[in-house]
Design a protein around this ligand. Structure first.
Ligand SMILES: CC(C)(COP(=O)(O)OP(=O)(O)OC[C@H]1O[C@@H](n2cnc3c(N)ncnc32)[C@H](O)[C@@H]1OP(=O)(O)O)[C@@H](O)C(=O)NCCC(=O)NCCS
Length: 211
């Protein structure tokens, strides 16, 4: 999933990533999983497939002065992107349930949103799900989550149901969204087209040089 020319990489989540993953979750969701839930997912849930997004850039390319999240809480685990020091800035995962990839989480560090990185994570999940045998992808989303709704609609997810009062923090319903069959030629063509456009966009990101 990595692209050598990019200062970003998507790779499988490891136990060492959990503290940074939890920090991004806290900055992204009003209801979060406890750290032990990720530990369980990675160690014991054979249906679970989790990925992280890292960057070798020291800072996002845009002004982040409006961020309400203290950067020290999100600096995260540091490892390597193409041999350089890197920071964890996103996560995503799904459960492979029979012939369905059920997307359980997708989140990008607030300072790194709006650059195409959430789209890359979604694309990576759809590709990984299909490789592992998923015929469709499904997820739950809040009707109030406009960025997420727009992202999923861009990838032709459609509402197929609703879970009343699913979210316990505000009793909001969950919309159930599902893709068309992933293997449909038209869907594959759309994915290929979107991927080309996405990488053209990602290649233009000019952030600060790696630390
Ligand atoms: C949803 C989320 C992952 C999107 O990540 P992102 O990196 O900002 O998204 P991208 O920059 O890749 O945008 C891809 C598409 O998403 C949609 N989108 C993203 N942000 C948007 C916004 N603020 N308003 C409207 N649409 C938006 C657009 O369709 C966009 O495509 P475009 O750039 O061609 O317009 C991010 O907002 C996030 O982490 N949210 C908190 C966690 C969350 O709610 N996850 C979803 C749970 S169901």
């Amino acid at each position: 999933m990595s692209q050598p020319a990019l200062p970003f990489v998507i790779e499988p989540m490891t136990l060492a990533d959990i503290p940074a993953v939890a920090a991004i979750e806290r900055a992204s969701y009003s209801l979060t999983w406890p750290i032990r839930a990720f530990d369980y997912e990675l160690r014991h849930n054979t249906l679970a497939h989790y990925y992280v997004l890292r960057t070798s850039l020291a800072h996002p390319p845009t002004d982040t002065s409006s961020s309400t999240v203290p950067p020290e809480t999100l600096s995260g685990q540091r490892s390597a992107v193409s041999g350089q020091s890197s920071t964890l800035i996103g996560l995503a995962g799904f459960w492979l349930m029979a012939d369905e990839a059920h997307i359980s989480t997708i989140a990008v560090h607030p300072d790194w949103r709006g650059l195409g990185l959430g789209e890359w994570l979604l694309l990576a999940l759809l590709e990984a799900g299909q490789v592992l045998g998923a015929e469709t992808a499904t997820l739950e989303v809040r009707p109030s989550n406009e960025p997420a709704l727009a992202l999923y609609q861009k990838y032709q997810f459609e509402e197929v149901g609703r879970r009343p009062r699913y979210y316990s923090d505000n009793d909001e319903d969950a919309l159930i969204f599902t893709t068309p069959p992933l293997a449909l030629p038209d869907y594959q063509a759309m994915l290929a087209q979107r991927k080309i456009a996405l990488f053209e966009r990602l290649l233009k990101i000019e952030g600060n040089k790696p630390e």
